[in-house]
Ligand binder design. Structure first.
Ligand code: UDP
Length: 359
């Protein structure tokens, strides 16, 4: 069986790393062909993950990145269609909610190649987010939908997607955290930055709703500045560009560093005091490491953690951000919602069991 896997952005490299390993270990008979769309192309947003996480080198790199959503999606669609016609896979595998996800799913569906969507069913119910459009569209053209949580499964069901197509397998990011935490390593930090284990906040910001709105971005930095936290901030290239464009000064208590590799990120998540982020993945990783999370968004797809008290939504309100960063809350007990750490294995088994139907 031939599976064409399409990835293009940082979180997809991490998710694909565990699924590709599961193919190799459990189903070596499956030929996985890896396509990198080129959506993320900086070395510290792409190459580092292939090297550190031992992801096979992509069989194809489409080199498409840097454009608008429409440009990227359109160019990917065209190239992916030709590639699919050439490769003739039995399945196309897409991850998450980026332009690469939608382009891959759409190209495949139009060629009647079944699409499997990993991390299906997440919803923010905010259609202004490009990610929300990508995930809703992808879910509705996918043949098989791997939901990470019961909430995600319910969302799909509510939208009228047939129950038979939905498989609740757990979260591949939990698999990744379990596997790679043993290999975690302290990042090379500026020598003057004396981070003490358990005594710093780890911050990431990259969602367009925050980075593209100067007032929101300024408020967020104000909130970080007003907190009493020492903050390490691996800064996404988009955020770095916007901070410079909007003339926002980085506060003294914030250490902006380049994006780090996953093994270093995991080390910081394991050793920080708390996490402040607008990332989907980082919200959950905070919880996997037992760290409270302050989420600088107005809503989240990972509602279970808000309900359980591990995650506090503060939007871009400076006072709420600084208050949340100064406080700590460790809920007593929490039901675990992200599977058993074997999501990748389940995905591979299910795909292989459906092979005959796909043919
Ligand atoms: N991450 C990383 N280095 C960084 C920042 C994030 O390896 O400097 C990892 C993080 O641990 C998580 C993933 O990237 O696994 C999340 O990706 P991102 O925040 O870009 O996307 P999202 O999860 O919001 O879709």
């Amino acid at each position: 069986m031939k599976v064409l896997t399409i990835i293009g952005a940082r979180p997809q490299f991490i998710k694909a790393a565990v699924v590709s390993r599961a193919f190799k270990e459990h189903r070596p008979d499956v030929q996985e062909i890896l396509v990198h769309t080129g959506q993320h192309y900086d070395a510290n947003m792409s190459d580092v993950f292939f090297d550190e996480l031992e992801i096979p080198k992509p069989d194809y790199n489409l080199g498409i990145g840097g454009g608008t959503h429409g440009q990227n999606t359109g160019r990917m669609l065209e190239k992916l269609e030709s590639l699919m016609l050439e490769v003739q896979p039995q399945w196309v595998l897409v991850y998450g909610d980026t332009d690469s996800t939608l382009a891959g799913a759409l190209a495949a569906a139009k060629l009647h190649i079944p699409v499997a969507h990993i991390e299906a069913g997440l919803r923010s119910f905010n259609r202004k987010m490009p990610e929300e459009i990508n995930r809703v569209m992808t879910d509705h053209i996918a043949e098989i939908l791997f939901a990470p949580t019961e909430t995600a499964r319910q969302n799909l069901f509510t939208e009228g997607i047939s129950e038979a197509k939905i498989k609740l397998v757990g979260d591949v990011m939990y698999d990744a955290t379990l596997f790679y935490k043993e290999k975690a390593r302290k990042p090379q930090l500026p020598p003057q930055l004396d981070i003490r284990v358990g005594d710093f906040a780890l911050c990431t910001i990259h969602r367009a709703e925050n980075t593209d709105d100067p007032q929101r971005l300024k408020n967020i930095f104000q909130g970080l500045a007003d907190s009493n936290a020492s903050i390490v901030f691996p800064m996404h290239p988009r955020t770095k560009g916007k901070v410079a464009n909007f003339g926002i000064a980085i506060p003294e208590n914030v250490w902006a560093i380049d994006p780090v590799g996953y093994l270093e990120m995991v080390w910081m998540e394991a050793n920080c005091r708390l996490v402040a982020t607008d990332s989907g993945g980082v919200q959950k990783e905070a919880y996997f490491f037992g760290k409270p999370c302050v989420t600088m968004r107005d809503e989240t797809e990972w509602v279970e953690l808000v309900e359980a008290g591990w995650n506090t939504l503060v939007g871009s309100n400076a006072k709420k951000i600084s208050d949340a960063l100064s406080g700590l809350s460790y809920p007593e007990s929490t039901e675990f919602h992200y599977g058993k750490g074997n999501a990748a294995e389940l995905i591979v088994d299910i795909l292989c069991s459906l092979k005959s139907k796909a043919n």
